[in-house]
Design a protein around this ligand. Structure first.
Ligand code: C5P
Length: 213
């Protein structure tokens, strides 16, 4: 990779799962490990970028040289992204952000009874869609993790969220693994990348982004 490719560029990256509290001890989350987003943060730093990482729930240590902000819920992640977005050149949304969160977080632990229990969920804001619709947005890159119809669903998301570029991957290839197999989708079509370590995928992705700036 070219070490100075992103020199002078500011990049904001979201990574990991969000955690939506139901009560003080229970939460709704997902199986995103944060490895892909952290690899992109490391690769961007190695290419000379000024990197801010907004991290959801993950067991990883943030890469050296990167400013790390932790934000476990989708709402906190949204706030932290919006507070830091103004001066960014590139935004990459790798986080697996919850689409819904409990309508109310109970202050005390919910006690069980013999009845069934239903939980009301409210829609969360779509962080990347909001960033992409700012008056002068940074270059926005989304991720689409799917279990079926990968390219079709990913392209639909790219268009709906108004993103110049989206990275499509199957959950079975991506989640928790050190390797990944991805397709880059932009207005020129589909660019498959060979299966590789996430750090290699990150370098290829950032090289593609730099060519589109
Ligand atoms: O719609 P879906 O969640 O599959 O889209 C995935 C892409 O959108 C990822 O880039 C993810 O980080 C971003 N996203 C977001 N805020 C949400 C949901 C998804 O930024 N509430």
């Amino acid at each position: 990779f070219q070490p100075k490719l992103l020199k002078g560029k500011k990049i904001l990256i979201t990574a990991g799962a969000t955690l939506e509290m139901i009560d003080p001890v229970r939460a709704i989350t997902n199986l995103s490990s944060g490895k892909m987003g952290y690899a992109i943060a490391q690769a961007a730093y190695e290419m000379g970028a000024d990197v801010t990482l907004v991290s959801g729930a993950t067991a990883l240590n943030p890469p050296n040289g990167v400013r790390n902000i932790s934000a476990t819920s989708a709402a906190t992640m949204y706030q932290n992204v919006m507070q830091n977005i103004a001066s960014q050149d590139i935004f990459i949304g790798v986080a697996a952000v919850a689409d819904y969160s409990p309508a109310q977080t109970q202050q005390q632990k919910i006690k069980k009874s013999e009845q069934s229990l239903s939980l009301e969920l409210s829609r969360n804001k779509d962080i990347i869609a909001e960033v992409a619709s700012l008056p002068s947005p940074p270059f926005c890159v989304g991720f689409a993790a799917e279990t079926e119809n990968l390219l079709e669903y990913a392209e639909a998301k790219r268009l709906k969220k108004k993103l110049p570029l989206i990275v499509a991957n199957l959950t079975s290839d991506a989640m928790g693994n050190d390797n990944n197999k991805v397709f880059l989708l932009d207005s020129n079509g589909t660019h498959p990348l060979e299966q590789a370590a996430k750090i290699e995928i990150a370098r290829s992705l950032l090289t593609h982004v730099a060519s589109m700036l």
